[in-house]
Design a protein around this ligand. Structure first.
Ligand SMILES: CC(C)(COP(=O)(O)OP(=O)(O)OC[C@H]1O[C@@H](n2cnc3c(N)ncnc32)[C@H](O)[C@@H]1OP(=O)(O)O)[C@@H](O)C(=O)NCCC(=O)NCCS
Length: 171
């Protein structure tokens, strides 16, 4: 059966950052640290930790199927031209990685590669906080839009993006 992906985009200049910065403050007040992979160190150990977290969160994406091997993931994510560790935001509870929001850069747009939060940490605004920092990165890159697409059954991810101002993209 053909999947009709929900394609969304956000105008970077129109993003209402002050409205969403309270999610960042709330995370920090809750003891959740937010840092980019560049800040944490783009090391082999951290790449592996990102893979593990991505794999765990991706299991909840409707019809995602089997996840990549680490080698496939590394080629797609870390070797890709659009990869920039400053655009990968991690949420940490102590030393434990509990969330990720990864982007890639493509000239005038930034693509949302993956946003995921460990099941026990969902519903606390962590995803929006990470993506708000990701939007700052998109702005620094000079990107006009952020793009993403989701499986139509991924209601939480679609709602999360619409909450931040993403609208249906024109084909
Ligand atoms: C999607 C996901 C990242 C959201 O993480 P989260 O930290 O729980 O999200 P937040 O708490 O920041 O919620 C952000 C907004 O998303 C929406 N939302 C989140 N979970 C929702 C749910 N279960 N149902 C409906 N809306 C939901 C709400 O609008 C919420 O804002 P609000 O609480 O102010 O109303 C998380 O559910 C997840 O990891 N899912 C599995 C991986 C995935 O599908 N990723 C997206 C594909 S890239």
């Amino acid at each position: 059966m053909t999947v009709h992906w929900v394609k969304l985009e956000l105008d970077v200049a129109a993003f209402d950052a002050p409205r969403f910065e309270r999610y960042v403050s709330r995370c920090r007040a809750d003891g959740i640290r937010l840092a980019t992979l560049a800040e944490l160190g783009d090391t082999p150990e951290h790449r592996r930790a990102l893979y593990d977290l991505n794999k765990e969160c991706s299991a909840d994406i409707p019809e995602r199927g089997e996840f990549y091997s680490f080698e496939e993931y590394a080629e797609r994510r870390f070797e890709a031209a659009g990869y920039d560790p400053r655009g990968v935001v991690i949420a940490l509870d102590g030393e434990t990685w509990v969330g990720m929001a990864a982007t890639s850069v493509h000239g005038d747009f930034v693509f949302n590669e993956m946003t995921g939060v460990r099941a026990g940490y969902r519903g606390r605004g962590i995803a929006i906080a990470m993506k708000t920092l990701g939007l700052e990165f998109a702005k620094q890159c000079g990107a006009a839009t952020v793009r993403t697409f989701h499986h139509p059954a991924n209601a939480s991810a679609i709602a999360m993006n619409r909450r931040m101002g993403f609208v249906d993209a024109e084909d």
